[in-house]
Design a protein around this ligand. Structure first.
Ligand SMILES: [Cu+2]
Length: 142
């Protein structure tokens, strides 16, 4: 957060992204991501385990999570996962992929947070004919 604001201050208003509203600080105060989650229109996602926790800068992050619909575990789903820094207008490389662990649990890796600051991790599951987007927000410390 401080990092993002500092970059915008340096760039003045030349960067279009700097004119946009920053994600609220209270959206990303995670000291731990285990137990955190978010809901989309269809599914809910909960982080079951995170290596490391809290997440850190670099490509070493792996999160296992549960996907449910109305409390029921969702199996056999495929995922597109896209971490971005909305305040900077960039993503990362490579995007994480997800593997199924069973009973509605999956693991995404590598989460490569290349810079400190607020990241949005968009998780787009498809389960049979149902698709959704769930966004997790984390603040990576320097
Ligand atoms: Cu950035």
């Amino acid at each position: 957060m401080k990092h993002a604001l500092a970059l915008c201050a340096l760039a003045g208003l030349l960067l279009p992204a700097c004119g946009e509203e920053e994600p609220a600080v209270e959206d990303a105060p995670l000291t731990s991501v285990v137990g955190a989650g978010s809901s989309g229109e269809v599914f809910a996602l909960t982080i079951d385990d995170a290596i490391p926790d809290p997440p850190i800068r670099g490509d070493v992050n792996a999160w296992s999570f549960s996907l449910t619909r109305d409390g029921e575990p969702m199996t056999g789903c495929t995922f597109e996962i896209e971490p971005t820094m909305p305040s900077h207008g960039h993503g990362t490389n490579p995007n994480p992929s997800a593997t199924e662990l069973g009973e509605g649990r999956y693991e995404m890796r590598p989460l490569n947070f290349i810079m400190p600051g607020v990241w949005h991790v968009a998780v787009r599951p498809t389960c049979d004919t149902l698709s959704d987007e769930i966004v997790l927000i984390v603040d990576i410390e320097s």
